[in-house]
Design a protein around this ligand. Sequence first.
Ligand SMILES: [Zn+2]
Length: 188
Amino acid sequence: MALNKILLQCIALFAVASYCIGVTIQPRSAWGAAPPKWNTKIRGGPVQYVIIHHSDNPNGCSDSARCQQLIRNIQSDHKGRRGFSDIGYNFIVAGDGKVYEGRGFGNQGSHAPRYNDKSIGIVFIGNFENQLPSSTMLNNAKELIAQAVSSGYLKSDYTLWGHRQTKSTACPGTALFNEIKTWPHWSS
Ligand SMILES: [Zn+2]
C-alpha cells in the first residue's frame, strides 16, 4: 500500500475517533448544583438554535474551585432574584478547561425569552466584551455543539446566535460575538 494511502487512512481513523470522543460533560454534582425547583422538557425533537452567552464575571475563573463557586453563585441568583426554576443555561463552558452541565440536554432553559423552547443555551464564564475566551474554551464549545447534533438534541442545519441577536443586551460581549460570527452556522 502506498505510504500516502496509509497516512490518509490514519488521519481518517483519527478524525472519527476524536469526533466520537467529543468533550466530557461534567455532571451537575461536579459543581455542587442545588436541585432544580422543576424541569420543563423540550418537546418536538431536536432544536434549531444554539445561543451563546457570557456570564459577565469580570475576571472569569481559571481553577476549578473558583469556576464551580461562580456557577453555584449564578444558580443561586437565577433561582432566587430571577425566580427561575434552576440555573438558566443548558451548559457552562468554564476557564478551568471543563464543560459543566446546567439544565443539560432535553430540558428547556431560561436564557433567551421566546427561544427557550427551541434552543440550547451555552454560557462562557467571564466577560468577553474586550477579550476572547481561551482557545480551550472555544474548542470545548465547538465540541459541545457537535455533540448536541450527533446525540440528536440539535438539528444538523442549526442556527448559531449570540444572545444580543434575540434582545437588546451586551451579551455575549463584542469580542466573543465577533468570534462566533466566524463559526459554521452563525447567521445574521
Ligand atoms: Zn446572555
